[in-house]
Design a protein around this ligand. Structure first.
Ligand code: CP
Length: 310
């Protein structure tokens, strides 16, 4: 089951996903300790290269690496030599030459993580979100959270609501959930559905109430205004009225429905504030906690074999 990189969930097998979820499950105990430190990656180094903003992914990758005793180096696109025109290739070659052992990269271009991985053929690269392609560790932490709450993934009906077109989270959820045997529904206005939606292993709905009927899990996506160069819906108010999810709108879902949101949230747009803050329904903070354990599991998987664990 060894791989060099984690670039997507589409290519992972059910065995690999189960291994990562089980490993992350076991690491949750370490994250909950008062003293969060194990020697697993002592002597190793991890660089995080973020060419887009991030709060959750970047911090949790750095926390995961530090908990496992790796040294971390943090590069932001806005303050690195990329602003002077340095290519991604030369950035990777430079960090490789410094002896960095593994790389976590977020980039606005789909495929950037694959490209980065080609330039460091002997070192792991982890995709922390590339354009509208995939965000595999977000997908894994969503699967882990669903499995913890529901006890399984197989046979569940998971509705993904919102800006599917621009969402790398949606794609990683679709592939991960499909591989693990869940049924997936996409709910969005036609303008926010990808052109290839019919080729994906999903059912497509353009009516929120119909799409939510009987859903066990609802994963609500952020409206990504920063990726929208034209109008995809008449107004934010109109979108909130038709596709914003509130407790009342969940009345057609399963009685024990669980709500996820990858964050950051636009409260009052895609998700009502009262729903986001309801601990009986929403598991958004659990997703964040699981994010650290999942990223520890991924670093362990890709770097662990050469780690000096003792
Ligand atoms: N969910 C997610 O990727 O959040 P950040 O952009 O804060 O990392």
């Amino acid at each position: 089951m060894k791989r060099k990189d984690l670039l997507d969930l589409q290519s992972l097998t059910a065995e690999e996903i189960t291994y990562l979820l089980d490993t992350a499950d076991s690491f949750r105990e370490i994250v909950a300790r008062p003293v969060k430190k194990v020697p697993t990656l002592r002597g190793k180094s991890v660089a995080t290269l973020f060419f887009e903003p991030s709060t959750r992914t970047r911090t949790s990758f750095e926390a995961a690496a530090k908990i496992m005793s790796a040294d971390t180096y943090s590069l932001a696109g806005t303050t690195s030599s990329a602003v002077k025109g340095e290519s991604l290739k030369d950035t990777m070659l430079t960090l490789d030459a410094m002896g960095i052992d593994a790389f976590v990269i977020r980039h606005p271009l789909s495929g950037a993580a694959h490209l980065a991985a080609q330039h460091v053929p002997s070192k792991p690269v982890i995709n922390a979100g590339d354009g509208t392609h995939e965000h595999p560790t977000q997908g894994l932490l969503d699967l882990l959270t669903i499995r913890q709450v529901k006890g399984r993934l197989e046979g569940l009906t998971v509705a993904i609501v919102g800006d599917i077109l621009h969402s790398r989270v949606a794609r990683s959820n679709i592939w991960g959930l499909h591989t693990m045997g869940a049924r997936i529904r996409l709910i969005a206005p036609p303008t926010l559905l990808p052109a290839d939606a019919e080729q994906l292993p999903v059912e497509v709905f353009t009516n929120l109430e119909v799409g939510l009927r009987g859903a066990d899990v609802v994963n609500i996506l952020r409206i990504q205004l920063e990726r929208q160069d034209s109008a995809f819906f008449p107004s934010v108010r109109e979108y909130a009225r038709l596709f914003g999810v509130s407790k009342a709108k969940l009345s057609s879902a399963a009685p024990d429905v669980t709500v996820l949101h990858p964050g950051p949230m636009n409260r009052g747009v895609e998700i009502a504030s009262a729903l986001a803050d309801d601990p009986e329904i929403a598991v958004i903070t659990e997703q964040v906690t699981n994010g650290v354990a999942v990223r520890m599991a991924v670093l362990f998987w890709l770097m662990g074999a050469t780690a000096s664990a003792s």
